[in-house]
Design a protein around this ligand. Structure first.
Ligand code: S3P
Length: 170
């Protein structure tokens, strides 16, 4: 089995909360890539985006590179991680990649309840429309890199975590 488990998926698919619980249950370390970036820079994602998406993507790429030697971790990735080929080459080398999927309605509900600090890309007049557009563009990339996929709609965190553990046979 590869050394780590990486969770990918669109914003609001529960990568952080599911990842944290999964790490707990599997006695692994938990890493949240967005958290690492915020801690390094000392600003929330929304503020970093104000300096341009490129700045954020550069930091994101640096963080993924810094994970190369990690072992026994659950890595929760930002939704846009799949946009960069090099990010995904590294993640594929060091982890089993699990895609979390949700309907656009679930995504909207979660991203609204999480607040605006983390999702500047959805800070639009019609976020549901934005979610649809972004999903259309990203779907093939999420599919391409996923070793396993889990639909999270109407499931509890524990149900999802158990499903993942079942898939991994651990
Ligand atoms: C992004 C997703 C966010 C965060 C940033 C960009 C994206 O992470 O990295 O706002 O491009 O999909 P979550 O998927 O954890 O919300």
């Amino acid at each position: 089995m590869k050394e780590n488990i990486a969770l990918i998926g669109f914003m609001g698919t529960g990568k952080t909360s599911i990842g944290r619980r999964l790490a707990d249950k599997m006695t692994r370390y938990f890493i949240d890539v967005d958290d690492l970036i915020e801690k390094q820079i000392g600003k929330p994602i929304s503020k970093i985006f104000k300096e341009g998406e490129l700045k954020f993507r550069t930091l994101e790429r640096e963080k993924i590179k810094s994970l190369r030697n990690k072992k026994n971790c659950v890595i929760s990735c930002g939704g846009g991680i799949i946009l960069d080929k090099e990010n995904m080459e590294i993640l594929q080398q060091i982890s089993i990649i699990i895609l979390l999927e949700a309907s656009k309605e679930t995504i909207l509900k979660h991203t609204i309840s999480d607040g605006k600090e983390k999702r500047p890309l959805l800070n639009k007049e019609d976020p549901l429309n934005e979610i649809e557009n972004m999903l259309r563009i990203r779907k093939s990339l999420y599919d391409k890199f996923a070793s396993f996929r889990i639909i999270i709609d109407h499931k509890s965190i524990d149900e999802i975590v158990n499903e993942i553990i079942g898939i991994l046979g651990n």
